[in-house]
Ligand binder design. Sequence first.
Ligand SMILES: CC(C)(COP(=O)(O)OP(=O)(O)OC[C@H]1O[C@@H](n2cnc3c(N)ncnc32)[C@H](O)[C@@H]1OP(=O)(O)O)[C@@H](O)C(=O)NCCC(=O)NCCS
Length: 178
Amino acid sequence: MLDGRSIELRCLEFEDLPQVVKWRNQRDIRKFFFEKALISISGQKAWFERYLEDRARAIFIAVSKKSGKPVGMIGLYNIDLMNHKAEIGSTMVGDPFMWGKGIAVEMVELLLRYAFEDLSLNRIYAYAIDFNLGSIRVKEKCGFQLEGTLNQDHYVNGKFHDVKLFGITRERWENRMI
Ligand SMILES: CC(C)(COP(=O)(O)OP(=O)(O)OC[C@H]1O[C@@H](n2cnc3c(N)ncnc32)[C@H](O)[C@@H]1OP(=O)(O)O)[C@@H](O)C(=O)NCCC(=O)NCCS
């Protein structure tokens, strides 16, 4: 359990899958993900079996301390212990009415502490589509730096969009904490 101010992060469990599918299939959330297809509970169950065997991924559910209810999801992907780096992905606050309350920033901060202090990682990176201003702002607020732009990397609804690459090193994160 990763203990924050208003939320806790705990490991994704099989029982969470119906909730995750419900969140993830909303148009307002799906449009910001790289994979836009609808997902099914059966598909997620098959995916979860593979996920349990995969040591390169660690996915968490954020639970509100006040209500005890799940409010979001965040994960570490491509965990590369040789190079001490990983990617943050699958970040979402499931109910759009809960957006703008600082939940995503808290999720990212908790995950960064876990990545740097517990997993001894050195670099965390994340991608955002150029129109996802919320995701970009969250990364900036958590100390990530813009490292580059993948020009016209993402195609959606007849238009190519740039994808922004953000990163934060352990050194930058530690200095930011002082
Ligand atoms: C992106 C997302 C995770 C942000 O969650 P959130 O809990 O609303 O974020 P926070 O409340 O922590 O906001 C942090 C900052 O981002 C800003 N922000 C949030 N959404 C924004 C938006 N749509 N446009 C501009 N700024 C936004 C907030 O105003 C805040 O900045 P401020 O303190 O300077 O005002 C949430 O909107 C979401 O789940 N979106 C759909 C899924 C998604 O896009 N995931 C990322 C895939 S890469």
